[in-house]
Design a protein around this ligand. Sequence first.
Ligand code: ADP
Ligand code: MG
Length: 696
Amino acid sequence: MRPQSLVQLFASVETLPGIAGRMAKALARLGIERVRDLVFHLPSGVNKYPMKSSLQSCIPGQTAAFEITVIEHIPKPSNRLPYKVVCVDSQGVPIHLIYFHAYRNTLTQQFPLNGRKLIAGTVESFMGQYQMPHPEKVWPAQRIAQWREVEPTYPLTAGISQGHTQKFVKLALDRIPTLPEWLPPVVLQSKGWTSWDESLKQIHNPTQETDVDPTFPARQRMAFDELLSHQLALSLIRKQNQLLPGHVRQATGELRTKILAECGFTLTGSQQHVLKEIGEDLSSPTRMTRLLQGDVGSGKTLVGLLAMAHVIEAGSQTALLVPTEVLAQQHYASISQTTKTAGIRTALLTGRIKGKARQKIYDELQAGEIDIIIGTHALIQDTVNFKNLGLVVIDEQHRFGVEQRAKLTQKGDHVDILVMTATPIPRTLMLTSYGDLQVSKLTEKPAGRRDIQTNVMSLQKLSEVYEGLKRVLERGEKIYWVCPLVEESEALDLAAATKRYEDLVQWYGAEIVGLVHGQMKGPDKDAAMEAFKSGSTQILVSTTVIEVGVDVPEATVIIIEHAERFGLSQLHQLRGRVGRNDLHSSCLLLYGPAWSAMTKERFQVMRQTNDGFRIAEEDLRLRGGGDVLGTKQSGLPQYHFADLFFHYGLLQEAHAIAEQILQDNPDLSGLQGEALRTLLYLYDHDRTTPLLRAAA
Ligand code: ADP
Ligand code: MG
């Protein structure tokens, strides 16, 4: 249950006067649905209207506020000329208020003759005459004492003005409760921060421009709260996982031997090491919650499969969750093949499998007749039930959130989890998104792999590229051709890919050129992939659907068009599609005319190294502020106040303090504990507090 103190904050914004209907919808577009969201809506800048005693002290071109007396109205002499309201300041100096679009009636009402007003806007001097086009504010002169010389401005959306937002935030601020202090006194003192409610008020009442910076103390405090709440939640989940009894899963390795014999591989040292860690987890009485990190091509799938074999041998079912249809299909094809002699029963479940076929899979899962189910999000749905789910393996995890992970593991009893990711996870992300997991790393690639040579070329030299490909084709090797990302529009991406496809067909003939893109129907997509993998297609043109995990060992060349539009890590992922055999492989980055110094530096990194970890670090360094961690791609939580570019130090401190708190007070009991629970609720981590009670 939510603490009583937060009821008002978590009420709908429609409980505030003046918010309903379209306004509520507009706010929702800004992610504002509850009163809390309004006070968490950060100002992005300030407007300054310093109060001046007279026009003489105003600086032309800058905004100011001052008192005037209305002298005369000069209506529009013609349609193209403005309406003027002639006024004088306190010294009798005249100023013209200029209106291009306004009704006479409104203006005569707003500016009665001899009336005294407080006006604000930009003062200009035009041929020795002061004027102010379209004053931004017109107030009755009596209200001068309430004037705010600096006011916050907020990010807006259609249908909602700055004035609305300011008013709503103010209304919401009036409702914020005083909450018990959750920060340890030493933290508050050493940072010199003030209370939660006071900090919020300061954030929304800036007195100078720098007050809206991420380094403003009140903002820092709010960021720290947010990070602490998240760190506490992650620690709680992790501790919970460790406390939860797991199953002791014993395996002799019989299935594993059969699988390895079938695929003909010798495990790399790194795979052996990681499998040993996993084996220990699985056979111990605690639950496994492990993250397997390994660069593209390091052989994570096989590790995942052998982990599943261990669990199957111990008598339970397993699930492999992947982010795309293409990948599910591919894993299903290879896994069902390599597990056949071992007698493992596999099945595929994706959104595409419907009707009777789907029901059959549901039934078999429930009856325990499937050992490995491979699938997409479809696996997470409530309709999917297992007889005895023992292990969930999640491939390319960065597309799944913590909640989705939990949803799948709740389908069994003491389910072990193995999360596999090719994205080298920077420490920051480790702390924020994976803080609930233990980590294994694959540090080497299967023997015989050569580095992929990377070249950079202008798109203008396209015909040379076409020419060069002939030799590759003659050798019977395969080529990925990745088309540019066009803004955020799939339709445009598709148009670009289709055009390239047609071009290539012209050059090389339709028999050997294929096309695959995100909007294709499932079976068509499969057919295109299949033709590339084992059919006649030698060049596969694609949008970025091949980014994640696809495995076609004969592919030796990847061409990435408009490579300047891709992030470094993304380029690395794409490049990892080749170099999966002992042949020489290469990657060609084609750039368009709009490339910058930064692009050059990024390409340089790509040419210099094949090491995914180094690339991830460089990516962070080069990307700078804003989307520093590639939030959108990485699954990093979206914070209200924290900006890890500025608050990374705070994140580390929050992590340490969260650990300390839970060590001293694991059940979050007593007054401090109650305050901390409030903090968890405040940032929507309430799902972890039932865990607390269960653990207590
Ligand atoms: P990723 O870590 O990118 O998911 P994959 O699991 O797709 O890598 O493996 C890359 C390629 O290496 C695949 O073709 C896979 O079959 C092969 N592979 C995996 N382990 C070994 C091994 N021990 N020896 C040889 N090839 C291997
Ligand atoms: Mg993979």
